[in-house]
Ligand binder design. Sequence first.
Ligand code: TA6
Length: 312
Amino acid sequence: MIGSTTTRALQDEFGISGTLAFRDHAFGGPVAELTSVHGTVMVAVQGAQVLSYVPSDNGEVLWVSPVARLGTGKALRGGIPVCWPWFGPHPGDTSQPAHGLVRASPWRVVETAAHEDLVRVRFAWALQEPVAGCPAGLSAQLDVTLGADLQLDLMTVNASSEAVELTQALHTYLRVGDVGGISVNGFEGQSYLDQLAPPTGTHPALEPQAGPTVFDREVDRIYATRIDAAGRSVATLIDPALARRIAVSGEGSGSTVVWNPWIAKAARLGDLGPDGYRQFVCIETANAAFDARTLPAGGSHRLTAIIHAVNG
Ligand code: TA6
């Protein structure tokens, strides 16, 4: 458990009576709890990782492994891990952790705010020295806002004197009634990079998506996201068993990762709990693979995910 004095200090400095409180979570670390007329959100200080989102008119939207723990030095399985400043394996250094540097690392709480029906907590993380090709001066800020939906804004600033190639994802684990009965709309006619296809040289083939995305095997795809005139994308999870639809909208993102490990990979991962693979699907708002972003010296980029659940 990260020291409860940390939690007490966070509560004293950033707590907002009746709407935002810090407490030690059973998973073993401090969390921020956001509460409003729209529902509740819980965010761990470790990884600035959203662990729960319960709208006032719906059930839990996110999935967290029943065997998840904070403070183990590993990313907690579930919720919305922040993959930054690279997505997947490090492009040049296999000794680096998958999905970047910050998922299992404590972030700094820098601000909290409550305004009308919005409640927000802001976290920050900054590279103090160069790591794996990422220069000191590269920093991230994550805003988690509870309103009529859940919004995450991941802002990257490159205050270094060199250009940085950034890949990243808000790796959202959505709770489902049974993964075999769901479908995901929004990628019909789009191309995707099949992460399960055997590597084929420097330019892996893009596959065409015909119809909704369904799950009867391991699925690990990086879709070229369809962007509207406002620069926004949307993927919709249809979940008949829970009688709900969940829209995952993105801004600043040209790629969306859709993943379910299915049986064999779930067994290899070993931290999903019994039949855990049937209880979630990941729809990840990203800048991944072909959608990497180059930040010039002094440049910045905002990646936004907006999650909204509707009954029916
Ligand atoms: O987002 C899909 C993915 O890259 C999969 O390939 C799988 O590795 C998943 O992320 C989980 O990665 P993790 O490092 O959290 O086990």
